[in-house]
Design a protein around this ligand. Structure first.
Ligand code: HEM
Length: 502
């Protein structure tokens, strides 16, 4: 199958862009609306007083703040998953978030990239600016050695030391804390020393006391309400009945409120400041990690493109083209698809989706989809096709045949179509599988080889080689198969999106 521009960028672009409607990634729905709590269903969730979009940012903060930038250790590496029993990481955010993210982990998407992505999504969907996103983080295999997360009772000096260790000066620490504390709440359930039980009600069962009057909107309100002592007055870490729990007050006042005043003056520019600071946080990684290029939005994106065989066992090339139309423009009803000097007129599918990309004001971009099925006689031996002047590469020499490549429980069946002159035994097939692991809710990816039988069948001039393998356990998410010819990857197939609904 073909993933543009590559499997990793495709998967992450899908989460970022395909927000709602047809082919949506289920990632966005967790924080739609932004007050949503995804970890409990129905009225239990609605009345929980918890906010998934906020939890995701708190997870980022706790994974990040134990970074020691001068030693090059820690930062965004998902080590927080191993550290949830530490007193400094109390609260439900960590396990809730990792449980939701776990099905999205696979060979191309480590948990650490999802920790970063969670905050990017919270910014993108909940009223902030679109945040740039670079993948390439590497998951820690154990808890980090460094401890020390600021808690409500931590004194100012130590709080600033923790931030400094992670590369943040006083001004940026104040601003980052205000940016984080524009979403969500402090909960009596977890922090009774900050919030008393008066907040616990049938419609707020965990007793969430909000940081500002809009707990689901990324806005500068936390700053203005703090400075004017209106609304939530900066929230429980400013106003707590327990003076020693007023950590935000101590921090904001540490420079005589100069930073908070400056943030207020910025107006909506506060959002740009937050994006810059969050960018620094998500990109704080251990020194052995090099982040990759930013994920680029694809206005024209082929998805699910693969060679296969039709009911008469003839080769076909199938897939769907996704077109993003910005708000205010009309999405196309037809589309020209060109291959081998011939053009095909595609009709749009009835179902469309929407995206924060292409957004203008309160209107979203529209995603429309155009399915295609091209006879193999036209596509075979071609090395590319094109749509709206964008060219996409292809090959049909050796491919994983999706119809008979599947996973049932822990059993994998793989089929490879290749030239009739190839020996099945000369093809190498590997599978990378995410499994549960001890000590963290983050799955761990392991690879193994699939041996192909020497027996084969023929279809439309191809030899089909097959093999079966048993996995050590049932996968927790998407598995990736690769076929190699002469030591080079000839084709990749992503199988079994599962709960993540890839
Ligand atoms: C002095 C530093 C900080 C302290 C002492 C602190 C402390 C806390 C506490 C006690 C909570 C309540 C958690 C709960 O009840 O579930 C909380 C919530 C939160 N914190 Fe902080 N925090 C600090 C800085 C930050 C920073 C820098 C960020 C973001 C980058 C951040 C993001 C959040 C978010 C989004 C929530 C809401 C979580 C929810 O609603 O579930 N915090 N913080």
């Amino acid at each position: 199958a073909f993933y543009y521009p590559d499997p990793q960028s495709h998967l992450l672009e899908h989460i970022l862009v395909d927000n709602w409607g047809a082919y949506a990634s289920n990632f966005s729905s967790a924080i739609t609306p932004c007050t949503n709590y995804v970890s409990q269903r129905g009225s239990t969730g609605l009345n929980s007083g918890r906010t998934t979009a906020a939890q995701w940012m708190r997870v980022l903060f706790h994974d990040f703040i134990t970074a020691n930038v001068s030693a090059g250790t820690g930062g965004i590496d998902a080590s927080i998953g191993f550290e949830t029993s530490r007193e400094e990481n109390k609260g439900s955010a960590f396990n809730d978030s990792f449980a939701f993210w776990a099905p999205y982990v696979n060979e191309y998407v480590p948990m650490a990239d999802l920790v970063a992505l969670g905050t990017v999504m919270s910014n993108n969907l909940c009223g902030s600016r679109l945040m740039p996103y670079q993948p390439g983080r590497i998951d820690a295999t154990a808890a980090g050695h460094t401890t020390g997360v600021p808690a409500p009772e931590t004194d100012l000096e130590e709080t600033l030391l923790f931030f400094d260790r992670a590369g943040f000066n006083e001004t940026d620490s104040i601003a980052l804390t205000a940016c984080g504390h524009t979403l969500g709440s402090v909960h009596h359930g977890g922090f009774p020393e900050v919030v008393d039980d008066s907040t616990v009600t049938p419609t707020n069962t965990n007793g969430g006391a909000n940081f500002d009057s809009t707990r689901g909107i990324f806005d500068p309100l936390v700053v203005s309400e703090y400075l004017s002592s209106t609304g939530e007055k900066g929230g429980p870490l400013v106003t707590s009945f327990n003076v020693s729990s007023r950590s935000d007050l101590r921090l904001y006042e540490s420079d005589g409120n100069a930073t908070m005043q400056a943030l207020l003056k910025q107006g909506d520019g506060f959002l740009d400041t937050c994006v810059d600071l969050f960018k620094k946080v998500v990109n704080t990684v251990p020194s052995h990690v090099t982040l990759k290029e930013e994920i680029q939005l694809m206005e024209v994106k082929p998805v699910n493109v693969t060679f296969g065989f039709d009911k008469d066992d003839k080769l076909i090339l199938t897939g769907t083209i996704r077109i993003l139309t910005p708000a205010g423009s009309r999405s196309p009803k037809t589309l020209e698809f060109s291959i081998a000097g011939k053009s095909y007129n595609l009709q749009s599918d009835p179902e469309t989706g929407t995206s924060v990309f292409g957004r203008s004001g309160s209107e979203y971009g529209t995603l429309s989809y155009f399915s295609f099925s091209i006879p193999g006689s036209k596509a075979r031996k071609e090395t590319s096709f094109s749509v709206l002047g964008h060219s996409f590469s292809l090959q049909s020499e050796t491919f994983i045949y999706p119809d008979t490549t599947m996973i049932n429980g822990a059993i994998v069946n793989a089929s490879i179509a290749t030239s009739t002159s190839t020996e099945c035994g000369n093809l190498k097939v590997t599978i990378a599988v995410p499994y549960k692991q001890q000590g963290t809710l983050a799955p761990k990816v392991q690879s193994q080889q699939i041996t192909l039988n020497s027996k084969s069948v023929e279809k439309d001039g191809f030899k089909i080689c097959s093999g079966i393998a048993e996995l050590e356990n049932v996968p927790t998410g998407l598995v990736s198969l690769k076929v190699f010819t002469d030591g080079k990857v000839a084709d990749v197939l992503l199988v079994n999106g599962g709960a993540a609904g890839w």
